[in-house]
Design a binder for this molecule. Structure first.
Ligand SMILES: Cc1ncc(COP(=O)(O)O)c(C=O)c1O
Length: 389
């Protein structure tokens, strides 16, 4: 297998960069860089049926992943998570084709494993040895684990009120943990300062090109699991946005490859009403989101007041004919229990927010209840027992 990675491209000004050296954001305009692949060649040389017999993790899509040599992949078995037919919730809600894409079984208990497996692997391949990341908790835990496995040094910065489990797993994996009095943005500032001072490479959300490549594997997997078709709606708990933009990027690639014929998915962003910059921008018809003041929600992963990829998320929501809406903490906490008791899937608060969102979407008539609807449960409740208690 070989990667068809060709170059990096700015998602805003279109400037291109070599993929064979480390880059973070666009050096011309500061916006998000995407990894690009020679899809025309790949289309002629590899068919989607070749994937079927491969390893049951996200590296089965090796040709569209950003690592040149397989021996550089740092993998703990991330991806190929179950797509569970939620029959009981579906019966309650009148949605016969309701599914939960359950990311809780990933290494370190969340979908962040995908992004970190890709970013740490590529960083190692490019010769980087010391990484830093600001995180609400799950990204830090994932980075600590992949750096431990890959022999890299990990520095993580998270708000002091991040779930205890995330703090402990970082320490136990040997990461350098700094707790920050503030939110994810404050953690980001400290991470960048440390990076500049000590020569660390900062892998903040969408501020380097490869975490999104790991996240996009969720889009490939969903299509493969549905017989190379896309669902009618994906309801996603939205923070920094890598999930939404990653899935949307996967769709564009699969169209170019002829692996899917059409995209039928309405992308839906769910945020907490105490921190909803993307929902507000979507409702205002804006291309960018204003930072949210006094961000508050128990769902730490979606407590992101300002995101560099705001324009990419808003574009995906609009291009897909999708929607954006808020739920309250009380609603999402009630739906942790509702999902656990109806389906046996114990979701993180962020994942439960998608169920709370779905209830509102159905009430408003925004989604066709007969369609294939996928709720993204991005992580496990076990990381949040202190918060849930
Ligand atoms: C469990 C969980 N869900 C959702 C999110 C938001 O992710 P994204 O960056 O894809 O919007 C996070 C981010 O920290 C998270 O930890």
């Amino acid at each position: 297998m070989r990667s068809y990675l060709s170059h990096l491209e700015c998602t805003s000004c279109g400037k291109t960069f070599s993929a064979e050296e480390p880059h973070r954001t666009c050096e011309a305009c500061g916006k998000v860089l995407y990894a690009r692949y020679d899809l025309a060649h790949l289309r002629r040389e590899v068919s989607r049926s070749a994937i079927a017999a491969r390893r049951p993790d996200m590296w089965r899509y090796f040709e569209v992943m950003p690592v040149r040599h397989e021996e550089n992949v740092v993998s703990l078995g991330e991806g190929m998570t179950p797509l569970i037919h939620a029959r009981n919730l579906g019966a309650q809600l009148g949605c016969p084709r309701l599914y939960i894409k359950d990311e809780s079984g990933n290494p370190t208990g969340s979908f962040k494993a995908r992004g970190m497996s890709a970013a740490v692997s590529r960083a190692r391949e490019l010769g980087l040895r010391k990484l830093t990341v600001p995180s609400a908790g799950n990204a830090a835990g994932a980075m600590a684990a992949y750096c431990a496995a890959g022999g890299l040094e990990a520095h993580v910065f998270m708000p002091r009120d991040a779930p205890r489990a995330n703090q402990q797993e970082c320490l136990d994996a040997g990461a350098h943990l700094t707790l920050v009095d503030g939110l994810i943005g404050d953690a980001g500032r400290l991470s960048r300062e440390r990076a500049a001072r000590e020569g660390l490479f900062d892998v903040s959300t969408l501020q380097e090109p490869y975490r999104a490549e790991g996240k996009k594997s969720m889009g490939y997997e969903l299509a493969e699991q549905l017989g190379w078709r896309t669902p009618d709606a994906i309801v996603y708990p939205t923070g920094g946005g890598t999930g939404i933009v990653g899935i949307w990027k996967a769709y564009q690639e699969m169209l170019a490859l002829g692996w899917i014929d059409e995209v039928t998915t309405k992308m839906v962003a769910v945020q907490a009403d105490g921190c909803a910059p993307i929902v507000r921008a979507f409702q205002r018809g804006a291309d960018h989101a204003e930072p949210w003041q006094n961000a508050r929600t128990v769902a730490a992963g979606i407590r992101v007041p300002s995101a560099i990829g705001d324009y990419l998320m808003l574009q995906a929501l609009r291009d897909s004919g999708g929607a954006a809406l808020t739920v309250t903490d009380a609603e999402l906490l009630a739906d942790v229990k509702a999902m656990a008791s109806a389906e046996g899937v114990y979701p993180c608060p962020e994942g439960a927010a998608t169920l709370a969102g779905l209830r509102k979407l159905l009430k408003a008539g925004t989604l066709d209840p007969e369609g294939v609807i996928v709720l993204m449960n991005t992580g496990t409740a076990y990381k949040y027992l202190d918060v849930l208690a």
